[in-house]
Ligand binder design. Structure first.
Ligand SMILES: [Zn+2]
Length: 296
């Protein structure tokens, strides 16, 4: 069934587990992720990233995601990831998305608050949930969310990432003034492939969770390069939505290369696509299981 964030994240946090939010940029991945959630009988969030849009338009995958969510036996939230422009948010709503991330994190605090609050009012009147972002989520040079426009990106160390950390008191003020349903915060993760193993500031998550009003969920982005122990510690500290994709996509690429090599290049494309979908499904099952923190 198709749901918004509120319908699944409140229960997740109350019971101490996290729900992965996974990009589904093609039919093979969409089938894999929803199939994994159904097999485990657990909710999932699937999302379309605005930065993927030059390659995969939302008008192609968006309606397929909504259709698959409606047909699913488990709650599936279809979410827009890092929406930046009003035009693009409207395209997601047009496609039937019940949940939107409006990312104004690169603007000064007051502008971020004003733009986010304005959209939250519009969205809530229509039953749409909204995620905001505070504390810029850095992106690596090699980023599966990247459309290649930012040539200045370089490998970031943990010390670099610390400069973007979210301040708990500012997070509380942001949640209060905007009315967002969920807030993406920075405490040691970034997008894409990490330059060195990330070290999360779990005490910061606890402080943010304590400061921010309880009905606003705390979101972790860039989780796929983080070991499961730290992810689970972040979940226990109060993160209930965890964005997970880059390393999963890389794993499927390696699986495809190995499968082609093992067949001496003889495997047909449709057989390869099916095999990759199966690989993604097993990967998604592992992530869903780990994030349930023993509650499955
Ligand atoms: Zn993100």
């Amino acid at each position: 069934m198709l749901v918004n964030m509120t319908e699944i994240l409140a229960e997740a946090e109350a019971r101490g587990y996290g729900i992965p939010c996974i990009n589904t940029p093609n039919m093979e991945t969409l089938r894999a992720v929803i199939g994994a959630a159904e097999e485990l009988n657990t909710p999932v969030i699937i999302d379309h990233a605005e930065v993927h849009n030059s390659l995969i338009p939302i008008e192609r995958m968006g309606p397929e995601m909504v259709k698959a969510a409606k047909a699913s036996s488990v709650p599936v939230c279809v979410h827009l990831d890092h929406g930046k422009s009003y035009t693009f948010l409207m395209r997601a709503l047009e496609a039937g998305f019940p949940s939107i991330m409006f990312d104004n994190s690169d603007l000064p605090f007051e502008e971020n608050v004003a733009r986010t609050a304005e959209f939250v009012k519009f969205a809530h009147e229509r039953g749409i949930t909204v995620e905001g972002e505070l504390g810029i989520m850095a992106s690596a040079m090699e980023d599966t969310h990247d459309d290649g426009e930012d040539k200045e990106k370089r490998l970031l160390t943990n010390a670099d990432i610390r400069k973007f950390f979210t301040d708990p008191d500012q997070a509380a003020e942001f949640a209060e003034r905007t009315g967002v349903d969920a807030l993406a915060v920075c405490f040691g993760t970034m997008h894409g492939i990490y330059a060195e193993p990330p070290v999360l500031d779990i005490d910061r998550v606890k402080a943010i969770r304590k400061a921010v009003k309880p009905e606003c969920r705390i979101v972790m982005h860039g989780a796929s390069g983080v070991d499961f122990e730290q992810c689970k510690a972040a979940i226990s500290a109060g993160c209930s939505k965890i964005n997970y994709y880059s390393y999963m996509a890389k794993s499927a690429t390696k699986f495809a290369a190995d499968t082609i090599a093992a067949s001496d290049g003889k495997i047909a494309y449709h057989e390869l696509a099916e095999a990759c979908s199966g690989h993604m499904k097993e990967y998604a099952k592992m992530v869903l299981t780990e994030f349930r923190n023993g509650t499955l």
